[in-house]
Design a protein. Structure first.
Length: 496
């Protein structure tokens, strides 16, 4: 297992000085700490600038929380997101009214009778929006937010800032936003451009939080694209207000407004298309710098390792199990008369080894059963399916304890007979690797596989063939022997 799977690290002291600035946890800590001061600024007079700054910071917090909670099962992240959503909702109407006022002035609509009526309507809406915003801000629990400002960055700091899992998280946001881009270019509807703007916003905030070193390069262009589509959305909302204005606007004046709005809207969309289509598309530039190929494959395993680190009390042990399991797997693939297994099977085995200890979060007794249930419920890393997670859960269930019945175990539901044999093979390897890793004096850190007649010989560096490990390994090898139909001999290294 690569060293990058060492997840748990000391938590650096929070400080605005030093080298920890460009880390996700530091970004989150800064945003949470900014909320209280921004609320005080808004409460003074509800001016557009502070309202906008507070909403942006709240959205950054929500984006960060939605990313961190994919790894950390703590329910605090969900409560945090709900609280930020409530504050955003309380400020949403006020922000919309303030933006509409800017556009009415910019398009010089206030010089017409209908424009004046529109401003009157906006004034009344603003009064109601200020009262609602004030009520929500007054309910803001500063004590809870001070607690979150300490606890949430601390939890987030358990994820190494260099982890490939964070790049995969940003890639997930890219994929979501890019899908919306394709849909918007195809449909060219108001709602599709609105959804695209939201997708780009999520991608931008994810880059800013989880890949802060790239934000100086990507952030400016992402903000420009977001602003372009934001103005398009503002103009669409303004036109809806014009259409629904009562009493209705005279046709000549309505046509004049439509031309003015369309004249401002079209160049914005043209500018967006210019930046995002063709050979110099920003979308392709960003994708080229995110994981692909082997790096993408490893990042998915790292994703699982990060998640497991929040549940498994002994991640170093699981990392050793994974290392031994993969050495056994590669050795068995080269042995004669044993079915060849693909790299995908190796990924299943490595993932199972990484996740084998997550059930210990509920206690050591029969933890393989708890692990099985937890893994089956877990959302898979981007690019993997729930079916694959179910297969991984089966391998973990087989790695210790009594074997489940082929007939009565619901874990085999949807798994063909031939596929069951493959999962048993991987489960047998994981059983042996787990037994080898249980040795502490001396610690077994490497194994090799060779053929001797009709038997398969596994040599372990540091193994002394002493009790109780010898008896433990004798029982652990049974599942593998039943699948490969060969005797498995375990010896100290150097006896071949």
């Amino acid at each position: 297992m690569p060293a990058s799977h060492s997840i748990i690290r000391p938590i650096p002291e929070f400080s605005r000085e030093g080298s920890v600035h460009a880390t996700p946890w530091f970004q989150l800590a800064g945003w949470i700490n900014d909320i209280a001061s921004l609320i005080r600024k808004v409460e003074r007079d509800f001016r557009p600038g502070p309202v906008h700054d507070l909403r942006v910071t709240l959205r950054r917090c929500r984006s960060a929380a939605s990313g961190f909670e994919q790894f950390d099962p703590s329910p605090t992240w969900l409560r945090f997101r709900k609280d930020t959503k409530r504050l955003l909702g309380g400020l949403g109407d006020l922000r919309d009214v303030q933006v509409m006022r800017v556009w009415v002035a910019k398009l010089r609509m206030s010089k017409t009778e209908s424009g004046k009526r529109l401003l009157e309507i906006l004034s009344k809406q603003e009064e109601r929006a200020v009262r609602r915003a004030g009520k929500e801000l007054k309910a803001f629990d500063r004590k809870v937010w001070r607690k979150w400002a300490r606890n949430l960055p601390e939890r987030a700091s358990r994820i190494p800032s260099s982890s490939p899992a964070l790049e995969l998280l940003v890639l997930q946001r890219w994929m979501e936003a890019h899908k919306l881009h394709i849909m918007a270019m195809k449909l060219r509807s108001k709602i599709s451009f609105h959804r695209l703007r939201i997708g780009i916003k999520g991608f931008r905030y994810s880059v800013e939080c989880f890949l802060p070193a790239r934000h100086p390069v990507w952030g400016g262009e992402l903000k420009r694209l977001q602003d372009l589509l934001g103005k398009v959305h503002d103009l669409d909302v303004l036109w809806e207000m014009v259409v629904n204005l009562k009493p209705g606007i005279p046709l000549p004046e309505r046509r004049m407004w439509r031309l003015a709005i369309a004249g401002s809207r079209s160049p914005l969309l043209a500018s967006y298309r210019k930046r995002t289509t063709g050979s110099k598309s920003r979308w392709e530039t960003w994708r080229a710098e995110l994981p692909a190929g082997e790096a993408l494959r490893r990042s998915r395993l790292e994703w699982l390792a990060v998640w497991a680190s929040f549940l498994d009390p002994a991640p170093d042990h699981s990392r050793l199990v994974a290392q031994l399991a993969m050495r056994l797997f590669e050795g068995l693939r080269k042995a004669e008369d044993i079915p060849s297994f693909s790299r995908e099977a190796g990924d299943l085995l490595e993932a199972a080894a990484i996740l084998s200890g997550v059930g210990r979060a509920k206690g050591d007794r029969h933890y393989q059963k708890n692990s099985f249930r937890i893994i089956r419920r877990q959302i898979p890393p981007p690019g993997w399916s729930r079916i694959r997670m179910a297969r991984i859960a089966c391998i973990v269930r087989l790695h210790r304890g009594s074997l489940p019945s082929d007939k009565n175990w619901n874990g085999w539901s949807g798994v063909s007979e031939s596929e069951r044999e493959g999962l048993k093979f991987l489960g047998g390897i994981l059983r042996l690797a787990t037994s080898f890793a249980s040795s502490s004096e001396p610690r077994i850190e490497s194994v090799g596989v060779a053929q001797r007649g009709d038997s398969l010989v596994i040599q372990a560096i540091g193994y002394r063939a002493e009790e109780p490990l010898a008896s433990h390994l004798a029982g652990a090898r049974h599942l593998l022997e039943s699948v490969i139909h060969k005797a498995v001999v375990i010896e100290p290294a150097g006896q071949l």
